[in-house]
Design a binder for this molecule. Sequence first.
Ligand SMILES: Cc1cc2nc3c(=O)[nH]c(=O)nc-3n(C[C@H](O)[C@H](O)[C@H](O)COP(=O)(O)O)c2cc1C
Length: 415
Amino acid sequence: MPSSAAYRILDAEIDAAHERDRARAMDPEQLIALVEASGLRGRGGAGFPLGRKLAATRASAAGGSAYVVANAYDADPGSPLARTILLKKPELVIDGLAIAAAAVGATSGYLYLRPDGESAKRAVERALEVARPALGDLQVEVALGPGGFMGGEESALLAVLESRRAMARQRPPYPAQQGLLMRPTLVSSAETLAALPVIVRDGADAFKRVGTETSPGTKLVSVTGAVASPGVYEVAFGVTLGEILDRAGGATGKTFKGLHVGGPTGGILNATRTGVVLDYESLKAAGTHLGSAQIRVITSDVCIVNEAAMLFDYLSKETCGLCVPCRVGTKRVEGILEGIYSDLGRADDLPWLDQLADHLQQFSLCGFGITSASILKTTMREFPDDYRRHIDEKSCPTGTCTPARSRRYETMAQP
Ligand SMILES: Cc1cc2nc3c(=O)[nH]c(=O)nc-3n(C[C@H](O)[C@H](O)[C@H](O)COP(=O)(O)O)c2cc1C
């Protein structure tokens, strides 16, 4: 059972530098065991246990050089979670990075940011100046990504740090085995690293007292859309989506129609699903994923087919284009959806979309294409009427769709 969020990153009254020094004085194996015992999982979306990633990076480095990278990129502009931490508690991320470096044996680290976040950059640079004299042989640099959604994906991020384009890479080898400049590299979300000084101070059991058994701790979420108080909130894993909505003052405006959960590649759940619990497994079971932890409130004047088409329009422009399923698949899907909301759709478009979703999920190279399938799977399942009205009755359920901007559908949507 989740308990109240007494375990806060944003309000942590903590001398992070003190905990960093304590961690650095510990035996690395002991430090990794502590993180493993805490159950801390990656906050960047996939939920991989940090302790296991630390252990794998350390083992691959085998006493040689390794790198640590704090992913503070905020690829989803609607979910500025790293920015929120960097503005309020930059020292938690810097000292978390130093703790991770001590665990894996790294002497080089990067704080990787969006190129357009001047205030966060200034905040972290100031905090770094304060911390630097105490970091010993650990060299930490602030690096700026390219902008764009793919810039936050871990293998693309490593390419950027090597002065290449933000393109995904086949895995394995994972960054923990072979990352930056072919050396073992720990890439962790800034939010994940920010939990480390707190775990070192309070211990694994205290950390696990908040959240759920499989998803301990708290999570920052960004509540956006038609809601009274949009913003970034810190909640304990285990709260329901409805409780998060209440915390943000509740849905506003027209009738509440659904929740888009997980950022641009996240699924859209209908209004009956406010009981879904915020944790990695529950969101997956509901057909979506934690992703960028954006929860966007959608109202009844939105046509879901149009919404899905807009998301695929965005994704087809943001894909790095390296793998065919994602490069061609996102464009194809956009074309079919565009055809449906332009009332040119046919009944067999739906099984075809389903097949394309499977294809994206099974064959894409990275999380971008894999997770985008959830937009299709959830919208077709949770809002069948929006699709049916357009396909069978040739009318928009909300009266808002205008015919597609192009006739792309007619040339692209034939099998
Ligand atoms: C398209 C895309 C964008 C991503 N953007 C971010 C990001 O901005 N910040 C982040 O921490 N993780 C992002 N991730 C996840 C990273 O690839 C990686 O899993 C994460 O940084 C690992 O850290 P964690 O284990 O602490 O979650 C993104 C993934 C994808 C597929």
